[in-house]
Design a protein around this ligand. Structure first.
Ligand code: UDP
Ligand code: MN
Length: 387
């Protein structure tokens, strides 16, 4: 006869077995099934029912139901993709798998071709979007970015390409100038109809956040986790923005003269309005991003001049931008998941600053924001180790 005590023992054993199975499943990436199991024990949550395939608060797997390799139809016979991609599902769960490698990301994205290019296999894309990413010493972020953004863009049935604009040397970083280089180099290659200027550490959390352009410049990263998923201030234009080539040229591109952290994104926002354009934005529940946590980088110290410079944008925007851009292309490499463009963007003093009279070569960068380390840096054509 089964006593009450042994009944409990069986129940506890059964639960323990269940937990082990759940732990194994979640290790193998079946988090959706696992969270479904746990939700049985929780009070029913009142969330809007998610669109196909995505589950409520935690979001769906960004790799779920992606297009399979093409049937044998010739490309020219393909129909146009529908206005709204059937692969769009809404909220996406952002995970950072441990032990992820770039070759692991390549295996997950078999339809991405050399240079980080993709076209939907079963229809002709209606939109052609280039993603431009300023970069230096963020290989770890880049890996997670590629892991998420490739399938994210594939869900939207875009014809896309990813460009990493890598600043050579270790002189002060210049995000906006790298974007200008990215614009010129990407447009040299293809007639893109939209360019997304994108920080490497921002991961979109909803695939309804469309990576296409609007009739006016778009600020896409309006709800970041680090700002409590709110726009920090009305004119904020940082993180991720999207412009057509015409919109970009109408505001003379981005400024080239913001060295170090801060200010350039506000300058860009001001340029949009000086160019006679307004800013469009997705809704806050869609323009959501997770920023991979990081500290301020060495070589990208706060620019103490930024407030003075911002006060002068009205006088400077027509003189400084795409029409004054100078840089030296060091290499263009077509890697499997992205095109890597390494550039020498020089310093405030130009591409090849000449040493001042008797001054030693490593003391030739006398800016108020320079640290001792920066002063020793020399950006002239030095290439950083390959990544
Ligand atoms: N960035 C980089 N290396 C650096 C500094 C910046 O690659 O040393 C790039 C990277 O794409 C990053 C972006 O510039 O996401 C903006 O810099 P940061 O993340 O420091 O700005 P914040 O987090 O304050 O918006
Ligand atoms: Mn950041």
């Amino acid at each position: 006869m089964v006593t009450l005590q042994s009944k409990w023992r069986y129940l506890v054993m059964l639960l323990a077995v269940q937990l082990v199975v759940m732990a194994l499943l979640s290790r193998e990436g079946n988090q959706r099934r696992v969270s479904y199991f746990f939700r049985i024990f929780r009070k029913t949550e009142h969330t809007a029912s998610p669109p196909h395939g995505h589950n409520g608060t935690s979001g769906g797997d960004v790799y779920a139901n992606l297009s399979a390799p093409a049937r044998s139809a010739a490309r020219e016979d393909l129909p146009y993709c529908p206005r709204k991609s059937p692969l769009i599902g809404g909220p996406i769960r952002v995970t950072f798998p441990s032990g992820l490698t770039l070759s692991g990301v390549e295996r997950k994205n078999p339809l991405v071709t050399r240079g980080g290019r993709y076209r939907p296999p079963d229809c002709e894309a209606k939109h052609r979007t280039a993603i431009i990413i300023p970069h230096r010493n963020r290989e770890h972020h880049l890996k997670f970015f590629l892991y998420h953004v490739h399938p994210f863009l594939q869900r939207q049935q875009l014809d896309y390409g990813i460009y990493i604009i890598h600043q050579a040397g270790n002189y002060t970083f210049n995000r906006a100038k790298l974007m200008n280089v990215g614009f010129r180099e990407a447009m040299r290659e293809e007639d893109w109809d939209c360019l997304f200027f994108h920080d490497v550490d921002l991961i979109p959390e909803d695939d309804r956040n469309s990576y296409t352009c609007e009739t006016v410049p778009k600020h896409a990263a309006i709800a970041m986790d680090k700002f409590g998923y709110k726009l920090p201030y009305k004119m904020y234009f940082g993180g991720v923005s999207a412009l057509t080539p015409l919109q970009y040229l109408r505001m003379n591109g981005f400024p080239n003269n913001y060295w170090g952290w801060g200010g350039e994104d506000d300058d860009i926002g001001i340029r949009v309005s000086l160019g006679g354009m307004s800013i469009s934005r997705p809704s806050v529940n869609i323009g959501r991003y997770k920023m991979i946590k990081h500290k301020l980088d060495t070589g990208n110290e706060r620019n103490p001049e930024r407030f003075n410079m911002l006060a002068k944008t009205r006088q400077t925007w027509k003189l400084d931008g795409m029409n004054s851009l100078d840089y030296e292309l060091i290499s263009r490499e077509y890697r499997q998941l992205y095109t890597n463009i390494t550039v020498n963007i020089g310093t405030e003093e130009g591409l090849h600053p000449t040493p001042k009279s008797a001054a030693p070569a490593d003391a030739r960068i006398p800016t108020s924001s320079s640290t001792k380390k920066e002063k020793q840096a020399n950006a002239a054509g030095k290439k950083t180790p390959d990544h």
